[in-house]
Design a protein around this ligand. Sequence first.
Ligand SMILES: [Zn+2]
Length: 462
Amino acid sequence: MKVKIGLETHVQLATKTKLFCSCSIENLSEAEPNTRVCDICLGFPGSKPVLNKKAVDIGIKIALALNCKIHREFFFSRKSYFYPDMAKNFQISQYEIPLASNGYLIVNGKKIRIKRVHLEEDPARIIHVGKSITEAKYTLLDYNRSGIPLVEIVTEPDIESPKEAREYLKTLMLILEYLGVFDPKEHLMKSDANISLEGGERVEIKNITGFREVENALNFEILRHKNLLKRGIKPERETRMWDPVTKTTKSLRKKEEEEEYGYIFEPDLVKIVLTEEQINAIKQSLPEMPQEKFEKYLSMGLNKEIAFTISSDLQLAIFFESLLDEFSPNQIDSWILVLKKILNYNDVLLSETKLKKEHFSLLVKKALSGEISDRAFELILREVVFYPEKLEMLLKEYQKISGEKLKEIVLKVIENNKKAVEDYKSGEEKALNYLVGQVMKEIKGKGDAKEIRKIILELLNG
Ligand SMILES: [Zn+2]
């Protein structure tokens, strides 16, 4: 059954101040509620919004990175509705002419069209105190959030599965991180998801935080729609909410149309006119995007999987490139993968470790010269990412055993494993691997399997 999904994603922008006033939003999570507010973001009579130019620049940056057409002239509109999270009873947003439109994003080789990118203000935070929203004893409002610049990124319904929706959001976040406009630890990314199945109406699921939750909510909706359709009931057009605790969606209201919000031109803000130079200057300042890095790595001779892994982690990509003045790409790519594996295992970013370029570079040199084994490289790196001061000591401890010293140990192992030796001599190849394993065990992995195998064969056949 054909599934059509479109996403509207709201991203908080990393500016110093709010979108239409000078209230600071730096370290907002540490601020007492309702202390970062003023006449403008509280919508007092007579107050007039002043547009934050920095937010417009960031919006343009994002739109360009998403291959959009920038509108040289655009304006803001009032989206009217009554809800306590908007003290003015309207939200300043963009409707008729957004900042940008008609872009696309490549997700795993597939083009997902971006319909529009626009700027708007975040509403206040609502905290329902009580068991649930419907059984709340009372509700608290924190207007610190009111007026934070948001960029809304709207796709066409090109997404065909919940998994693809998650992949799209991951790719989008990576791009925002590359642009330096989004810090996943500081900022929120929320999505509204539109979904329809063949034969049913479109349903909107509001305000889902996080990628996995978007995937979960969509999976639930697909199941719900399929069950309705099976019983001959056509899913209705409506707005629903996702409850991450019960893992279900609940109906909020019959879907209203955008036009019903009664958009009107915002008279307190002038029309914004961008110059070609202004847009070009931002275009010039754009960093290399993940897709570009991926292609660059392929052209360096990295395989697809490694190129993708490295370009999907900005910090790792920068680290990798910084090592290219000492090593060729193919000399270090597999070691970078080992590092990525360790980061994943510990669920940390590179910046959360203590690993420096010089530590990694030294380890790679020891591995390339054969002083330590591949296995030892990984064992040492596991420690060094958090305790780099142990590097020297660990290098000594894991120094590879080879040559005469290794031969002595192999001899001992052969003497202690007569049965395996006989088995090998009577044609059992497996017995050879067993002997190699026994030697490895004896030297705690500090040797080269190929060399051990060679010595065993020499001793047994010679
Ligand atoms: Zn303010």
